[in-house]
Design a protein around this ligand. Structure first.
Ligand SMILES: CCCCCCCCCCCCCC(=O)O
Length: 125
């Protein structure tokens, strides 16, 4: 298998309010490494709180827990040159939509939850 994309990024900016901001804050100093091989992704997440490795296949549901213990289930799909993730919170059934897009040397990740939008910009390191 061939790695067609790999980037190390760190969070330089995040915005948003209320629950989204609190949840995102629980991923402080987040650094992620994304590796894509065909439709399979390997994500390494390093933050103040934990180091986590996640494997997923586009279009296939998987489980993911936020650093605060909130459990999500959902999947990523590719929409053009953008990754779009649809995840459902297991505790309340509410849906979180997130996207990832590489723009120049930045990875922009957006989050939409209960009408609130938040964004994080990761810079290649
Ligand atoms: C519930 C409110 C805000 C939650 C913000 C965190 C969103 C995480 C999205 C799922 C990520 C899956 C793993 C990954 O690809 O890195």
């Amino acid at each position: 298998s061939v790695i067609i994309y790999k980037v190390h990024v760190y969070c330089i900016f995040s915005t948003g309010i209320n629950v989204v901001k609190r949840k995102l804050a629980s991923h402080d100093n987040l650094k992620i490494t994304l590796e894509q091989t065909g439709d399979k992704f390997h994500v390494k997440e390093v933050s103040t709180f934990r180091t986590l490795e996640i494997d997923f296949t586009l279009g296939v549901n998987f489980e993911y827990s936020l650093a605060d213990g909130t459990e999500l289930t959902g999947s990523w799909v590719m929409e053009g040159d953008m990754l779009k993730g649809t995840f459902t919170r297991k505790d309340n059934g509410k849906v979180l939509i997130t996207t990832r897009k590489v723009i120049g040397d930045e990875l922009v990740q957006s989050y939409t939850y209960e009408g609130v939008e938040a964004k994080r910009i990761f810079k290649r390191s």
